[in-house]
Design a protein around this ligand. Structure first.
Ligand SMILES: Cc1cc2nc3c(=O)[nH]c(=O)nc-3n(C[C@H](O)[C@H](O)[C@H](O)COP(=O)(O)OP(=O)(O)OC[C@H]3O[C@@H](n4cnc5c(N)ncnc54)[C@H](O)[C@@H]3O)c2cc1C
Length: 485
């Protein structure tokens, strides 16, 4: 009996666990390690952040699902990987520290035959002094953060009702952030909420981003075919900002967040301040803190992990200029180059480079989005690696690995722009491929027929439907596997 250890029970890790269990039944042991007792449908945190959903609507406890599926769940965080074992253990193993309230702080080791690293991001608020809920701004990255944001927003709405003017700043809190789509969504949900509550006229809503242009979203923007004409995500997004009266500050790196004042640098090197009453600024991401050791105890963290803390997989990490970036740089199997029984999926794998063109200010500050790894690709990677492991267990070490490169994958993203079954709206974006391929698709690098953008009420219904569908799937209810990632 082999043991497969999965670190992380988010979109990619949980998907991998469920597919492994479905394929392997109880013939092999599946162990999931995650410090959180709950699963969180993170995209709906946006609605928690405006008070339209509660935390309990976007989270559920993992333990009962894993018990039902005979998956061994350890509420713990992984702190180190020993891919070669050590002097007394020949197999690879991980060091874990329990966060389970019944044994908090207890240490343990878990040997594995296969390891999937699906630990998502470390929310790196520390990169910007004063950023985050423990500093002077809010976040919607976790359901708890989103609840705090909703409470703070409520206070602002009360003040607006009293006739006070307020400035609300929403965006990203560092020049290298990713997840601009989430900041965009929260901006328009807040704007919608203010209108619904009759206080929009006294509120200045500002979108603060590291994107070069509106609509970049960390994927270098998109060109769409619409009614026989070509349009861009830039034009499309700009018109939405105009229509909703949202002011955008772009090409910005937030340097510091003081109480009520954001200090930021622009791409031209100039420095500015922006006063605010409410700020929700997403943090930059880096890999979670994990060490790696060779059999003799040597620290090999730098070999296994890239400097940003993400796991190196089968990508081409050679540094090259933007115009030499190629779709082949992106990983296909998510297998670690040095240890073929270790895989990294979702946000946890180290991308070879950005997707948006990299830019620096004259002061040397990087101000351009890091590449997003959204839910759909993260789920697909989880399933793909699960199927590869199944193949290896059934047919041995030479079995072919399954592949799912972001250069061959499309993505569909629905950015909510306000809730409500009759009043809601959302921007629905599809793109193919995620990584532009200018040889296959000269010009924008994407297939115009499969890259589209549409905004309207039906997008909101779809987003709401996805909320229920993905929670149903994650609960591994009847027929869950029929719902695509
Ligand atoms: C506010 C917001 C809105 C978003 N909206 C959308 C959207 O609308 N559509 C979309 O496609 N994507 C969206 N995303 C992105 C989406 O949430 C991510 O793509 C997805 O969660 C990535 O999955 P993952 O499994 O890599 O990481 P996660 O889902 O973050 O899971 C990581 C897991 O690892 C665990 N973990 C952390 N540290 C350790 C450790 N040391 N040991 C073991 N486990 C650990 C965590 O507890 C968690 O269970 C949004 C993101 C944010 C922040």
């Amino acid at each position: 009996m082999a043991r497969i250890v999965i670190l992380g029970a988010g979109i990619s890790g949980h998907t991998a666990a469920l597919h492994l269990q479905r394929q392997l039944k109880n013939k092999h042991e599946i162990v999931v390690v995650s410090p959180n007792s709950n699963w969180n449908w993170i995209p709906s945190n946006i609605w928690v952040g405006v008070g339209k959903m509660s935390k309990s609507q976007v989270t559920f406890p993992l333990a009962p699902i894993y018990r039902r599926k005979h998956i061994d769940f350890r509420q713990a965080k992984a702190v180190a990987i020993h891919p070669e074992g050590d002097a007394s253990e020949s197999k690879g193993f991980v060091d874990i520290v329990y966060t389970d309230p019944t044994k908090t702080g207890e240490e343990a080791t878990l040997t594995y035959d296969f390891l999937i690293v699906a630990t998502g991001p470390k929310l790196n608020f520390a990169a910007t002094p004063g950023l985050g809920p423990e500093g002077n701004s809010w976040s919607v990255c976790t359901a708890n953060h989103a609840e705090q944001s909703a409470a703070a927003l409520e206070g602002i709405i009360d003040a607006l009702k009293r006739g006070e003017r307020k400035t609300l700043v929403i965006g990203v809190g560092h020049g290298t952030c990713t997840c601009e789509g989430a900041a965009f969504e929260y901006t328009f949900n807040v704007e919608h909420e203010l209108r619904e509550r009759g206080v929009r006229d006294l509120a200045d809503v500002v979108y603060l981003s590291n994107e070069y242009d509106l609509g970049d979203l960390g994927v270098g923007g998109m060109i769409f075919a619409q009614n026989g004409f070509e349009t861009s995500s830039k034009l499309w997004t700009e018109s939405l900002f105009r229509e909703r009266g949202v002011r955008a500050i772009l090409r910005a790196h937030v340097e510091q967040v003081d109480p009520g004042v954001i200090h930021y640098e622009e791409l031209d090197g100039s420095r500015h301040t922006l006063d605010f009453d409410f700020a929700m600024l997403l943090p930059p991401f880096r890999g979670v803190e994990m060490k790696a050791y060779a059999k003799n105890g040597d620290d090999i963290t730098d070999e296994l992990f890239a400097p940003n803390g993400f796991l190196r997989v089968d990508a081409d990490y050679a540094s090259k200029p933007y115009d030499e970036w190629a779709p082949e740089d992106w990983p296909k199997t998510y297998q670690c180059p040095r240890y073929d029984n270790v895989f990294g999926v979702g946000i946890a794998f180290a991308p070879p480079h950005a997707i948006s063109e990299p830019r620096k200010s004259p002061n040397g500050t990087v101000i351009s989005p890091a590449p997003p790894r959204t839910g759909m690709p993260s789920g697909v990677m989880g399933r793909t690696v699960a199927l590869s492991i199944v193949e290896r267990l059934r047919h041995g070490d030479q079995a072919k690995l399954h592949t799912a490169s972001m250069a061959d994958m499309g993505a569909a993203c629905i950015a909510s722009a306000g809730t409500g079954l009759r009043q809601g709206s959302a921007a629905a974006i599809t793109m193919f491929p995620i990584i532009p391929d200018r040889r296959r698709f000269p010009g924008s690098g994407r297939d115009l027929k499969e890259t589209s953008g549409e905004i309207g009420l039906s997008g909101h219904w779809t987003k709401l439907l996805l909320h229920y569908l993905f929670i149903y799937k994650a609960k591994a209810r009847w027929g869950w596997f029929l719902i695509p990632e």
